[in-house]
Design a protein around this ligand. Structure first.
Ligand code: HPA
Length: 277
């Protein structure tokens, strides 16, 4: 059985060729040969795009090779080319991502990252909604990702591709984010496969391992971004206390609500950071 689906199912398909084809469509549709910064907007970050600058072009994911429809409510199935402030620089903003739990295979999960690299982006901002283990954080708190634990047991790299992951989340970009918001905390983001939320025992395990945030995305994308040579900024929006940290049961609606409540803070933060990248 192939572990990949769609265009990636054919073992003859080179995922980097698909990314190149996607980047060509983006360049044609936007009239821009090169984008500079890519952003992946996860739960709670979607409203940020408008604050970054003027949207020059909006492209349906379905029009771009290798991309499918959005699978999660609260995510939008479009990508946008945005002029950053009043500069000539362009952001390529993905309103949705493919999650590993969708079962489309890991090439689909990192296709956005590889497309961004092929489109010329040298920096990628990966955002997500996450459960928090630190009881001092309240829902709606943005947290910088300092490092990660990839507990999916898979890698987007194929073959003997031995890549160093030291300082994966670029220290310079974390410092830059703190110049925008000195109150930003940092944490270790832990990706589990999902789509179920964690048990309280799993959250205790994560705590023992040194994790601060739990979620279902980002680490595989960060690994692919490193392979592509990009600088990486990771930002989690803490949408809920992780299972067992509070007595309350978890719900996707809670995650969406926290995102909406924090939209302004997150949007302002992200726009100010992107302007400085
Ligand atoms: N666990 C995993 N993923 C999440 C959570 C959580 O508590 N909150 C938002 N995404």
């Amino acid at each position: 059985m192939s572990t990949h689906s769609g265009v990636f199912a054919d073992p003859q398909t080179d995922p980097f060729d698909v990314a190149k084809a996607a980047a060509e469509v983006i360049a044609n549709r936007t009239g821009t040969a090169k984008h500079d910064v890519a952003l992946v907007l996860g739960s709670g970050w979607n409203q940020s795009a408008d604050l970054i600058g003027e949207t020059v072009e909006e492209i349906d994911n379905a029009d771009v090779p290798g991309f499918g429809k959005a699978a999660v409510e609260g995510h939008s199935g479009v990508m946008r080319s945005i002029r950053i402030g009043d500069t000539d620089r362009r952001a390529l903003v993905f309103g949705t991502r493919t999650h590993y739990y969708e079962g489309k295979g890991i090439r689909a999960v990192v296709h956005g990252v590889r497309t961004a690299a092929a489109a010329g982006c040298s920096t990628i901002v990966l955002t997500n909604g996450a459960g928090g283990l630190n009881p001092a954080w309240t829902p709606g708190t943005p947290v910088l990702i300092r490092d990660h634990l990839n507990l999916t047991a898979v890698s987007p790299l194929e073959g003997a591709t031995f890549i160093d992951l030291t300082d994966l989340y670029t220290p310079r970009l974390r410092e830059l984010a703190k110049t925008v918001d000195p109150d930003l905390d940092e944490g270790v983001y832990v990706q589990l496969p999902g789509p179920h939320y964690e048990t309280p025992a799993e959250v205790q395990m994560v705590k023992t391992l040194g994790g601060d945030l739990v979620g279902m995305s980002t680490t595989l994308e960060a690994i692919a971004a490193r392979q592509a040579g990009m600088d990486i900024l990771g930002l989690s929006l803490m949408t809920n206390l992780a299972a067992g940290i509070s007595d309350a049961p978890l719900s996707h609606q809670e995650v969406i609500d926290a995102g909406q409540a924090a939209a302004e803070r997150c949007g302002t933060l992200l726009a100010a950071v992107v302007a400085k990248i």
